[in-house]
Write a protein that binds this ligand. Structure first.
Ligand code: A3P
Length: 285
């Protein structure tokens, strides 16, 4: 069992750390007042949200400094909308929500969106380690193999990975929204290049030196030791001893977890699920 969750509109939501009931909370989010200078980072869980969030925050501030509690932004669904309303501009918001649950004004006000995606096998491993590492609802206590089975049966929090990706792909295809997609694996392979592309997309006038300094400050080895400082920023998570959002930070760790038989099942799942999708995923570097 994954622990308590609420099924709403076809999505399994975790019990969010807020008082407002889920349906009303989603309604509040849908009607959130969006400002012209808001920026949104969207990503399925475990796709590299924290990393990209921190780099983009530094791009906006023009400085490669980690700061304790910036109040620049929060994860939409993990906060009461009042908290989001009270944040000073410019806000860097982030979310795991499906497209249909986003604030409606995102699409009417031309909000710039940075969309982070990652190969689903590394996501499944990272998701399992997250689910077992968190204190909320005591976390998940099953095996990786059971978790993977749930992932492939589409019974994990925040909805089905494939449906989520396909909803976002439709947003790119429509071409009506300013959206920049970046793969976790590309960011790992060539971070400065991709960060500069994000800066250009956001119309931020930054030097190559600043981008390089940000990439360095946000390398896995530099971010992991300051996890405690950073954790309040994008998402509030309480971790069990020894666990953190900064687990391994590599491409292809799935090979250490997924058996040959499971890998075959995973490939079949991807093939069937993503038949009509043009998305390509990178499984090794
Ligand atoms: P792993 O569990 O594979 O290590 P999210 O922020 O969306 O929850 O994603 C978490 C994943 O991003 C974790 O993957 C984490 O280690 C990785 N990550 C976090 N910071 C990173 C960094 N600075 N560089 C590379 N990967 C990072």
């Amino acid at each position: 069992e994954l622990g308590p969750y609420i099924e709403y509109d076809g999505i399994l939501f975790p019990i969010l750390p807020i008082k407002t009931p889920l349906e009303q909370h989603l309604n509040n989010i849908a009607n959130l007042e969006i400002r012209p200078d808001d920026i949104l980072i969207s990503a399925y869980p475990k796709s590299g949200t924290h990393w990209v969030w921190e780099m983009v925050r530094m791009l906006i501030s023009g400085s490669p400094e980690h700061i304790k509690d910036s109040k620049v932004g929060r994860m939409l669904e993990f906060k009461e909308t009042k908290t989001i309303d009270d944040l000073p501009s410019p806000r860097l918001l982030n979310t795991h929500l499906n497209v249909r649950h986003l604030p409606k004004q995102i699409f009417t006000k031309g909000t710039k969106i940075v969309h982070v995606y990652r190969n689903p096998k590394d996501i499944a491993v990272s998701f399992y380690c997250h689910a077992t590492g968190i204190k909320r609802n005591n976390g998940y206590s099953g095996t990786f193999h059971d978790f993977l089975d749930m992932f492939l049966r589409e019974k994990v929090a925040f909805g089905n990975w494939g449906d989520y990706i396909k909803e976002w792909e439709e947003v790119f295809d429509k071409g009506e929204t300013p959206i920049k997609a970046v793969a976790y694996e590309d960011m790992k392979k060539n971070p400065v290049k991709h960060l500069k592309e994000i800066a250009t997309f956001l119309e931020l006038d930054v030097t190559d030196e600043l981008c390089a300094a940000i990439v360095d400050a946000c390398s896995f080895s530099k971010m992991k030791p300051i996890a405690e400082t950073l954790k309040e920023k994008a998402v509030d998570i309480t971790w069990k001893e020894g666990s953190s959002i900064f687990r391994k930070g590599q491409v292809g760790d799935w090979k250490n977890w997924i058996t040959v038989a499971e890998n075959e099942r995973f490939d079949e799942f991807i093939e069937t699920k993503m038949k009509e999708s043009d998305m390509k995923f990178i499984y090794t570097l």
